[in-house]
Design a protein around this ligand. Structure first.
Ligand SMILES: [Zn+2]
Ligand SMILES: [Zn+2]
Length: 237
């Protein structure tokens, strides 16, 4: 029966690569091989950081402590991130989480990431947006990572209380101001003393993740490490 379903599905929706439109797979080997690893940066100042941790001089009590970004946000990666916001998420999320895991294994923060005390928290969408889209792609990625790493996923620990407008063409200061108050932690007691691995699909300016991290830290999280699939290496003004 499942085979029949797959057959009918393939007949109705023949698969094309989201990166280059070639027939066959949702992401072809060529496009997957084109993924380029990101350089490690301090999530506070975005300058290079050998181990991906926040520089000692950039540390703040409510700041993110480190960042693991898998691949550079360009070409095929950009297409994957875009396609995951639509119907291809169920097929792409397993690939994306494997790519993230592969990079994590070579990362100095690996020990911290696989320590059983960490919990995975996806960056939430506002309820109205999640309803419109039908899912939150970051949550789906977090669930795959949770299975691969045997870590718990807490998708209701952080909620989005403000629908923020798209952040295109805003200055850094304006983006920070727009994000302020976007998130809430409904039950701070559940967050106390935890190492949080914050999961998102893409890091462009970092304002979303920094604000989420700030709220989690204020609610008692011990450590917050960002985990993203793709990071934009070209700075937006
Ligand atoms: Zn391709
Ligand atoms: Zn720094």
């Amino acid at each position: 029966m499942d085979q029949l379903k797959t057959f009918i599905f393939d007949l109705l929706f023949p698969r094309r690569c989201v990166g280059c439109s070639s027939w066959g797979m949702v992401l072809c080997a060529h496009c997957r091989e084109s993924f380029r690893e990101t350089t490690r940066i301090c999530p506070a100042c975005e300058r290079p950081s050998i181990d991906g941790m926040t520089h000692p001089g950039c540390r703040k009590s409510t700041g993110i402590d480190g960042l693991v970004a898998a691949v550079v946000y360009q070409d095929a990666v950009r297409a994957v991130v875009h396609a995951m916001k639509y119907k291809w998420v169920t097929m792409l999320a397993p690939i994306v989480s494997q790519e993230m895991l592969r990079r994590m294994h070579a990362h100095p923060l690996e020990k911290l990431l696989v320590s059983k005390k960490g919990v995975l928290i996806p960056i939430p969408l506002h309820k109205s947006r999640e309803r419109a889209r039908g899912f939150n792609q970051s949550e789906i990625i977090a669930r795959h990572l949770g299975q691969l790493l045997a870590l718990q996923v807490e998708s209701d620990m952080l909620t989005r209380v403000q629908a923020t407008p798209p952040q295109v063409a805003r200055s850094g200061k304006e983006r920070r101001a727009a994000m302020h108050g976007a998130f809430a932690v409904p039950h701070p007691d559940r967050c106390k003393g935890k190492t949080v691995l914050l999961v998102d699909d893409v890091w462009t300016t970092g304002s979303t993740m920094r604000e989420a991290g700030r709220v989690l830290k204020r609610s008692g999280a011990l450590e917050v490490i960002g985990l993203v699939f793709a990071r934009s290496e070209g700075r937006l003004v």
